[in-house]
Design a protein around this ligand. Structure first.
Ligand code: SAM
Length: 274
């Protein structure tokens, strides 16, 4: 299972490259996409390509198991990132393992982990939710189901549905939870925007470019009930926010009130959203 870049072709690891070059077969979601890895630097693959996508995975799993039994080596890749993570591949892994064939991980890029790493959030846990359902009712039920999970929630999202999803996340999780909108990671127009859910739809609708590309949405874990000391910090922040942007207000409040700066920043964003 070979991870490939999520945008920047320089992120193909040396080990992934040499395995792709040497495998007898490459099982690829879209063989044209995978060939680009080779035109961008990896030596031409020795092996033949085998298309593997959601619609033929069952049939191809049988074929792959036969090839493995015959002694072939097979590198399985998806169009981008880590195969089997919101991508085909898991069925092949199960079939191979049932047949007693070893499966190895060649880890590398993954959009969810990349987004978490640049989010600046420090959740005690995170829940990878993949894509939300496309239709309104099912999407809202899916959000309801994770509403009280004490973890940051990580969603994959397409440009066609990002506005609706942010609206539903705000309506169902509450406007004060922080969302990180990570777009086009590792690519030319990479951007990471952090705001309370209550501001997210306005922000993304303010500029058509903000709705282009691929998205990961990370919603911070639910906040705890405010501690006693927070009342004073909130009072100070409320004054400061009348004059200063949130980050500056948080910096000053953290010194005045002796609270960590990231905590003051979260309080400032929540106050702004109210
Ligand atoms: N297997 C992939 C991985 O390991 O991340 C995910 C494949 S899934 C079909 C594609 C989705 O991942 C996109 O719709 C988007 O939500 C997210 N994604 C992929 N590349 C991304 C990037 N460069 N920036 C932000 N999100 C990305």
């Amino acid at each position: 299972m070979v991870a490939t870049p999520i945008g920047n072709l320089g992120d193909l690891s040396p080990r992934a490259r040499s395995i792709l070059e040497a495998a007898d077969w490459i099982a690829a979601e879209d063989t044209r996409v995978t060939r680009k890895l080779f035109s961008a630097g990896a030596a031409a693959p020795r092996g033949r390509m085998l298309p593997l996508h959601a619609h033929n995975e069952r049939a191809q799993a049988e074929r792959i198991v036969e090839l493995l039994r015959g002694g072939a080596t097979i590198a399985l890749v998806s169009d981008a990132g880590t195969p089997a993570i919101s991508d085909p591949g898991a069925g092949v892994v199960r079939a191979a393992r049932l047949a007693g064939q070893p499966v190895f991980a060649v880890p590398g890029p993954n959009a969810a982990i990349a987004a978490l790493s640049v989010s600046g959030l420090e959740p005690s846990a995170f829940l990878f939710c993949g894509f939300l359902p496309a239709t309104g009712e099912r999407r809202r039920s899916a959000i309801e189901a994770v509403r009280h999970v004490p973890a940051a929630l990580v969603f994959y999202e397409s440009p066609h549905r990002v506005v609706e999803s942010l609206g539903d996340l705000c309506a169902l999780l509450g406007g004060s939870r922080i969302v990180v909108v990570a777009r086009e990671l590792t690519k030319l127009f990479e951007s990471v925007h952090v705001c309370p859910l209550s501001d997210a739809v306005d922000w993304i609708e303010a500029d058509a470019d903000r709705r282009r590309g691929e998205f990961v949405l990370v919603v911070d874990q639910p906040g705890e009930a405010p501690a006693a000391g927070d009342v004073e910090t909130e009072r100070v922040l409320a004054e400061l926010l009348a004059e200063l942007p949130a980050s500056r207000a948080a910096h000053v409040a953290s010194r005045l009130c002796g609270v960590p700066r990231d905590h003051a920043y979260k309080l400032a964003l929540a106050l702004k959203s109210r």
